[in-house]
Design a protein around this ligand. Structure first.
Ligand code: UGA
Length: 438
């Protein structure tokens, strides 16, 4: 199929590349000149495992191109909207200006029977509004097809999603059946593998996305709330998670207690969901998300307190090694990163912080130039009074406690992600502390 993808951020680039990989002819469109230039040379503007190789092969096949010219969308029949919906500066609500601008720019290039497919995460009601705009200004139609990809696994999640959701307008000119048939052709490969498909209305499709992220955020904050209780009772939250996780109704995934969630999705999505619920007069239904957000943010403060405690109550003038800055491993994303936040707070306490991350050094430096960055864990821990692990990259999990103990000034480690084996570190002479564990 001939496909255009409007917006070449994380979602758009991965989607465009994977669609080309699946055999479709794809143009990725973005207003950012430098992004288009970089992508056209096969260089993604962010770190994602497996993407550079796939991008190179898709470009070489001739099935994938990138352009600043929205007019190039005129050749396509299916147009994915993949622009960002960040949190607005001063409220919890999502900023829809990029979505509105993308659809407005696309309108004059839509042909009869074209399908515009919304992928961006939007407040419920947005699709209905965009559908009215598209059907009034063209002979095209709209479908809502939320995306569930995870950073770090984005390629696999796009090629083999765990479900497909189509939100379709009933009784439109092009007909609900037509939109479904077009999407079935786009996703023929995944459907042939037996991927479950839910065909529904706009509102349900929009809500599926935010409900899923709200559930995941709640699960993480639940276990972090248990960590708070564990901290005052001497219990071990990781054993508690293992034990409750054996109950298949609960499940162990997303019950890793620690510094909590960050990134470009979970935090802003739960806030936008609360803002929308308030507009709809059902704010009470989602008031628990305020608590989910608070629990999550409290973990960062607790981490700073714990580090301070390990430094005899005063971090000022002490040397702290920070391992990890990305919001999670296998990503260079520092948007709302708990790790970067904690690192900055430690600097604010007067500590001498030396931070490292395998992939997020540049993104972190751009956002927080005041920190001192080094390339390796060995450099970061040199002469440190305390080592603080904030993102659970595998290379930090596999650090040799005996080896690095010769580099530090104080063999004290605070594990912000509960990802190290306490017995192993203690046996090597370290003082080991973590969130939610004795
Ligand atoms: C999340 C969802 O998992 C995706 O399904 C969704 O498509 C995506 O948002 C989106 O809306 O685009 P992502 O932000 O890539 O994906 O990251 P997650 O793997 O969900 O992790 C989010 C945060 O939760 C990270 O900071 C991670 O460290 C933290 N986390 C995760 C925990 O603290 N504990 C856990 O047990 C799991």
């Amino acid at each position: 199929m001939k496909i255009s993808v409007i917006g070449c951020g994380y979602l758009g680039v991965v989607h465009a590349t994977c669609m080309a990989e699946l055999g479709h002819e794809v143009v990725g469109i973005d207003v950012d000149k430098s992004k288009i230039a970089s992508l056209s040379e096969g260089k993604p503007t962010f770190f994602e495992p497996g993407l550079p190789e796939l991008l190179a092969s898709a470009l070489a096949s001739g099935r994938l191109t990138f352009s600043e010219d929205i007019g190039r969308a005129a050749d396509a029949q299916v147009h994915f909207i993949a622009v960002g919906t960040p949190q607005t500066g001063d409220t919890y609500a999502a900023d829809l200006s990029y979505v509105n601008a993308a659809v407005t720019a696309l309108l004059p290039h839509l042909g009869a029977g074209d399908l515009v497919v919304g992928k961006s995460t939007v407040p419920v009601g947005t699709a209905e509004m965009l559908h009215a705009m598209i059907t009034a200004g063209s002979d095209a139609s709209l479908a809502w097809n939320p995306e569930f990809l995870r950073e770090g696994f984005a390629v696999a999640d796009t090629i083999s999603p765990d479900r497909l959701v189509y939100g379709i307008a009933a009784g439109t000119a092009t007909g609900a059946g037509n939109a479904e048939a077009i999407l079935d052709e786009v996703y023929a490969a995944a459907l042939a593998e037996g991927t479950p498909k839910v065909v529904t209305d706009f509102a349900t499709a929009e809500l599926v996305k935010v409900a899923a992220n709200a559930f995941l955020a709640t699960k993480i904050s639940f276990i972090n709330a248990m960590a708070e209780v564990a901290e005052v009772t001497g219990a071990d939250v990781t054993q508690l998670a293992d034990a409750i996780g054996y109950d298949a109704r609960i499940g162990r995934r997303f019950l890793n207690a620690g510094l909590g969630f960050g990134g470009g999705c979970l935090p802003k999505d739960i806030r936008a969901f609360m803002a929308r619920a308030e507009e709809l007069g059902v704010d009470q239904a989602l008031s628990f998300l305020r608590e989910v957000d608070s629990i999550n943010l409290r973990r960062r403060g607790r981490m700073v307190d714990l580090v301070n405690e390990m430094l005899d109550g005063s971090a000022a003038g002490k040397r702290i090694a920070v391992l990890g800055l990305a919001f999670k491993p296998n990503s260079d994303d520092v948007r709302d990163s708990p790790a970067l936040d904690v690192a900055v707070r430690l600097v604010e306490l007067g500590a001498i912080v030396t931070a490292t991350d395998p992939e997020a050094l540049e993104t972190a430096r751009r956002k927080r130039p005041e920190l001192t960055y080094v390339a390796t864990a060995e450099e970061a821990v040199r002469d440190a009074d305390v080592v603080v692990l904030l993102t659970e990259w595998s290379e930090y999990r596999e650090l040799d406690p005996t080896g690095i103990s010769t580099l530090v000034r104080g063999a004290v480690i605070v594990d912000g992600r509960n990802c190290l084996n306490p017995a192993r570190w203690r046996a090597a002479g370290w003082t080991y502390r973590a969130l939610g564990r004795p």
